[in-house]
Design a protein around this ligand. Structure first.
Ligand code: ZN
Length: 133
């Protein structure tokens, strides 16, 4: 038995005043408004296309930056590499949300990983050069 009760939609939190929060995409909206329902539908299409909801993306970035910024958390080179990949995917997901074509995956990732490698190596010149993102 969940806190939402039998048969209720556990992906929706009632915020009162007709406003609901979607637990999938994080959007707060008024289901009674067609405009809001359409916006919500677009959010989910974005998720289906590989987009990650904003707050999830920010959480991923925060956790991964902590590993990249703190040598004590790196433990192994594999963990550092995973932190870089997590960041690369978080940035890629934002790019997808901004309608960057999927066929740009490799150049985009190559550029992002080079930037993260420079940060991991403490190469300030290279970091500044690639900071225009
Ligand atoms: Zn949603």
């Amino acid at each position: 038995m969940s806190q939402w009760g039998m048969g209720e939609d556990n992906t929706i939190i009632n915020k009162g005043g007709g406003i609901v929060e979607c637990r999938i995409c994080g959007l707060n909206y008024l289901p009674e408004l067609e405009e809001d329902r359409e916006r919500h539908e677009r959010e989910h299409l974005n998720v289906l296309a590989g987009g990650i909801p904003y707050e999830v993306r920010e959480f991923m970035k925060q956790a991964a930056w902590e590993v990249l910024d703190n040598e004590d958390l790196r433990e192994t080179s594999q963990r550092l590499e995973r932190a870089k990949r997590t960041l690369a995917f978080a940035y890629w997901s934002r790019a997808i949300s901004n309608s960057i074509p999927e066929n740009e995956l490799k150049p985009y990732m190559a550029d992002t990983l080079a930037w993260l490698d420079a940060i991991g190596a403490g190469d300030q010149v290279e970091v500044d050069r690639k900071a225009e993102r």
